[in-house]
Write a new protein. Structure first.
Length: 118
């Protein structure tokens, strides 16, 4: 029994996978609705509001990327064989997301600066 890892039961893993997939589908539905709403606003918006539309679209895109990354992590975690694999997955996710968020902040700042000059 010494040094025996914690095994995640198959039933629990299956349930978690299904839950992640349902959440992913729900989020995709939300994103689709948000994009439709944004498109409706875009049609009605004037040229002067172009910068705001660009910033809004960029923010929505970044939110989609970040949530997709979180769902990808969740999918991997529910398939993990032991706690060490979960820890490794989480560590890699945090590193990747920190870099991604930095790049997103830079890009969003550029968009805002361009909108201010317009």
């Amino acid at each position: 029994m010494a040094n025996q890892g914690f095994e995640i039961p198959t039933d629990m893993r299956d349930f978690a996978e299904k839950s992640v997939e349902r959440a992913r589908k729900a989020f995709e539905g939300f994103v689709e609705a948000a994009q439709k709403a944004q498109n409706a606003v875009d049609v009605a918006a004037s040229t002067a509001q172009g910068g705001a539309r660009d910033a809004s679209a960029k923010a929505l895109g970044f939110a989609e990327q970040n949530v997709a990354a979180a769902f990808e992590l969740a999918s991997k975690v529910v398939k993990a064989k032991d706690i060490q694999e979960v820890v490794n997955l989480q560590t890699e996710f945090v590193k990747t997301q920190m870099a991604s968020i930095g790049a997103q902040a830079q890009a969003f700042g550029d968009t805002i600066r361009k909108a201010g000059k317009a």
